[in-house]
Design a binder for this molecule. Sequence first.
Ligand code: SF4
Length: 327
Amino acid sequence: MEKDNLLEISDLTVQYNTDDAVVHAVNHFNLNLVRGEARGLVGETGAGKTTLALSILRLLPERVGEVVGGSIRYNGEELLTLPEAEMLPLRGKKISMIFQDPMTSLNPTHTVGDQILEVLDLHFPEMTKAEKAARVDEMMTLVGIPPERKGSFPHEFSGGMKQRIVIAMALVAEPELLLADEPTTALDVTIQAQILELMRQLKEKFNTSVMLITHDLGVVAQFCDSVSVVYAGRVVESGPVEAVFERKANHPYTAGLFNCIPDLNDNQPRLRPIPGHMADPRVVHEGCCFADRCEFATDRCRKEPPVMHTCGDHGILCHLYENKEEF
Ligand code: SF4
């Protein structure tokens, strides 16, 4: 294991076994997360990003979701074979998750203070009542909500404030790893910027590693150190944000995502969306999973799966980069 890797995912393959078909959600997925790093996981809806996060926490739907291969090592320890009793203290304490929609993440029948307190009750039985109460107040202050409001219920807050409460719950135990699944998607742009800034401050304060799941490259540029672009359950490109966003060399899918972003300096009459739809996850592809949508696809692409070609920390899963030493 690399010295400062907090999370190492190798060759992870996850499927959903439904009555009608097997859905191949995550396919031979590789990712390393360095301690203190913020990595963006970007891709269209259905790319397998949330399945990956649920696999890390071992929260895949019972009987339907199945990890069929690979490894998830956290602090050098294999999570996939860890007894459930050892997994429980990790969830919510060492590894925490923020879900997309704060409306459904909070219990409407409990006050927000009680919901933050519950995390402490569960993971820190050694703390006194007064210590826990002080910690709840401190956390509410940190996320910008007056502690006097801890007796209020979720419906008494706006969407942005609810997401702040969810962040307080996710960070009150000072986790080492935060999985943030589209934490700003349900919010308007102004609140989105505030929440990202808050997450950045808290990440620095607690030295938390963050895996930020998003479909928004702008959010990645604002928040992350590195990015993995995910298509059909695979990492098709990964690297430092500067290298990927430089746009000198990209996987055709990443290039397509960039082309979907309006450029105010470019007098372009229309955006250029990626043609076609996300690859059918029920189908096992013989060659490149992006071939049906790729303008550079050749016969070889349809028959032979590409391998990851790397230049420093920048990797691209595409035949086009086969003999390129630098990109
Ligand atoms: Fe396109 Fe071929 Fe590269 Fe796949 S391997 S992205 S089809 S050029």
